[in-house]
Design a protein around this ligand. Structure first.
Ligand code: PLP
Length: 327
């Protein structure tokens, strides 16, 4: 079901699952904010859960602790192109009778144990915003194997109107359609998706080759069971090894003409979501504080990537603790 945006897709999915007032939906603390916003639109209460230190996606053990009798669904976000532990999430969902809405906005083509991200949850939501792996300018999509949910999402997307009887409304729907123009761009983008993913992974390999032996840097993870599409290739600064913060590194790289992005801020720290904080979030707080996304466009040339990595190393080497003293 193609939609006008990824956020619309998430809202449509939750509405089709009849999630609303009195319900709870579990979301990760470290993500772009669209999934928690979509939960709040429905009237349900978001429950924020910390992430796994190894790969930055929702921590499955902590999902379990956050479940209450009101919990209806989990939204695992495949962050920066890395899939969540979907076996873990699906096992909890089966045992506890919860829906899983996969947020694949950053992970088109990513794989979990050889299965595409977006093929295991009850509904999966994609975004085709301009900065995603493939784009329609603005746009999104819901996928499901459930015919009934599919039909319901189609009706909800188009004002809740009956497909048989024009202007007869069966549900309180939305205006969340994708236009034909956007869809045409999407089809053309789809023809290039394999090349884009290959390029993203090539960029990641080059960064990893250049940076993995660098003191003070944790490179973008890829778990043995994962195929990451590295939507934004991201690194963590090891503050115990280097005396510069990621903000200072970003500034120094900026002086060289290299634009970087901070990782997402933990949801629980931001004004609209503070009231939903239900525990300490040590992992998302640390990963966010230490993390920087490096240039990741498929338009980068290989020598651009090597240049960027060398500049990162240069800036860090200037500050490795003990180095100057021992020399
Ligand atoms: C971009 C993004 C969205 C929302 O996409 P829009 O199309 O901009 O509404 C949702 N979730 C995540 C994790 C995203 O990165």
């Amino acid at each position: 079901v193609a939609t006008s945006s990824g956020t619309a897709a998430l809202h449509l999915a939750l509405t089709a699952l009849d999630i609303g007032l009195g319900d709870e939906v579990i979301v990760p603390d470290l993500t772009f904010a669209a999934p928690i916003n979509a939960v709040i639109y429905t009237g349900a209460r978001p429950v924020i859960v910390d992430v796994d230190p190894a790969y930055w996606c929702i921590d499955v053990a902590k999902i379990e602790e956050a479940i209450t009798p009101r919990t209806r669904a989990i939204i695992p976000v495949h962050l920066y192109g890395h899939p969540c532990d979907l076996d873990g999430v699906m096992e909890i969902s089966k045992r506890q009778g919860l829906y899983v809405v996969e947020d694949c906005a950053e992970a088109h083509g990513a794989e979990y144990k050889g299965e595409k991200a977006g093929s295991l949850g009850h509904i999966s939501c994609f975004s085709f915003y301009a900065n995603k792996v493939i784009t329609t300018g603005e746009g999104g999509m819901c996928l499901t194997n459930d015919e009934e949910l599919l039909e319901k999402m189609r009706i909800l997307r188009d004002h809740g109107m009956s497909p048989e009887k024009r202007y007869w409304h069966e549900l309180v729907g939305f205006s969340y359609r994708m236009t034909n123009l956007q869809a045409a761009i999407g089809l053309a983008q789809l023809e290039k998706i394999d090349a884009f993913i290959e390029k993203k992974r090539r960029i990641a390999r080059l960064y990893a080759e250049e940076l993995s032996a660098t003191e003070g840097i944790v490179t973008h993870p890829e778990m043995p069971w994962a195929k990451c599409v590295y939507w934004l290739y991201s690194i963590l600064i090891d503050e115990t090894r280097v005396s510069l913060t990621k903000d200072l590194l970003a500034e120094k790289l900026g002086d060289e003409g290299i634009e970087t992005r901070s990782l997402f801020y933990p949801l629980h720290k931001m004004p609209p979501y503070q009231k939903y904080a239900s525990s300490a979030y040590p992992v998302s707080s640390t990963v966010s504080r230490r993390g920087l996304s490096l240039p990741s466009s498929v338009k980068l040339r290989e020598d651009d990537v090597v240049f960027i990595a060398q500049k990162v190393k240069e800036k860090l080497n200037e500050t490795v603790y003990g180095l100057h003293q021992s020399l």
